[in-house]
Design a protein around this ligand. Structure first.
Ligand SMILES: Cc1cc2nc3c(=O)[nH]c(=O)nc-3n(C[C@H](O)[C@H](O)[C@H](O)COP(=O)(O)OP(=O)(O)OC[C@H]3O[C@@H](n4cnc5c(N)ncnc54)[C@H](O)[C@@H]3O)c2cc1C
Length: 281
């Protein structure tokens, strides 16, 4: 497998920042990565796993090995009357998976239409939008330890999913490369269109773009319509999107902030945890 040296990342990062990776590899299967780790030099260097880069901002050259995940494949591996199990390569584009699922009439990810990024990055921050979270459809994933090359299958409880958070953003940050992900989708149409906020309602948007009874494809159209009003196309105008997370601070920091600001009502103590944007204390 080819290792590119001092390679520009300009076309591989969403903001098109003109930075270089000291080393770059593009892995298309698990064996590619094991091959890299069999080289004692690459085993030692600092590594960064890159998906579609929509959640990454490079601010300077990367003095190590960037591993671009290009592992592809969407396969149905199991099925019963109610559900299907899908095995997906980590380098698949998330939104391509949504389109594939809708085409096959599988329910469970249509509200997450239009979220940028790869399937491999989806569990890292437990992506979600408009009432659906990745954690709800997740079964397990394969990941390889970046230092030892050991393959591990992670089940749901090991991922410690929280609102836009998982073990891969905390104690296992930058320690594994996710190579494939298994999810379960429904064959029955259990679609949840109840999402609404102060600013928008999914049912109102659906009424604008389609007629009842709504299909999964109608839901996708409504979601994409809402999303298109919020951000310019990130592929043309680099942007980072947005999602809401409450700040969590130590008690002392809270007191300091309270002394200096008037934001009393929006700041919570560290004991709180966050679910779907709402603090539970
Ligand atoms: C316009 C816009 C809108 C957005 N809307 C939403 C939204 O509605 N909901 C939402 O949840 N998010 C949203 N996001 C955030 C973004 O879609 C997610 O963070 C997405 O999961 C990033 O995927 P990526 O492949 O681009 O990740 P990258 O930027 O390539 O990587 C992000 C992180 O994941 C790690 N990573 C990537 N792939 C792997 C892998 N295979 N194995 C191990 N680690 C890996 C990287 O090392 C890095 O730490 C939005 C972003 C943008 C730009």
């Amino acid at each position: 497998m080819k290792v590119y040296k001092n390679h520009s990342l300009k076309e591989l990062n969403a903001f098109h920042i003109d930075v270089k990776a000291k080393y770059l590899v593009r892995v298309t299967n698990e064996d590619d990565f094991k091959e890299i780790l069999s080289n004692s030099f690459y085993k030692q260097v600092i590594k960064y796993v890159l998906g579609e880069s929509s959640g990454t901002l490079f601010t300077k050259d990367f003095d190590g090995l960037v591993i671009k995940v290009d592992i592809k494949g969407i396969k149905k591996i199991d099925e019963n009357d109610d559900s299907v199990t899908i095995d997906i390569g980590a380098g698949e584009i998330w939104d391509d998976l949504v389109v594939w699922a809708i085409k096959h009439h599988y329910e469970g990810i249509e509200n997450m239409s239009g979220i940028p990024g790869t399937v491999g990055a989806a569990p890292v921050q437990n992506i979600g939008a408009y009432g659906q979270d990745f954690a709800e459809i997740f079964l397990n994933l394969h990941a390889i330890n970046l230092n030892t090359g050991e393959l591990k299958v992670f089940n749901k409880s090991e991922l410690k999913f929280e609102y836009r958070d998982s073990v891969f953003k905390n104690e296992l940050k930058d320690k594994y490369i996710i190579t494939k992900v298994l999810i379960q989708l429904n064959k029955q149409q259990l679609t949840d269109i109840s999402y609404h906020s102060r600013y928008e309602s999914l049912t109102d948007e659906l009424a604008k773009v389609a007629k009842k009874p709504y299909t999964l494809s109608d839901i996708r159209s409504a979601i994409l319509s809402i999303r298109s009003r919020k951000f310019p196309n990130w592929k043309i105008h680099g942007n980072s999107g947005s999602y809401f997370k409450n700040p969590i601070v130590e008690k002392n920091k809270l007191k300091e902030i309270q002394k200096n600001t008037r934001m009393f009502s929006t700041i919570r103590l560290k004991k709180c945890y966050i679910q779907r944007g709402m603090p539970k204390c």
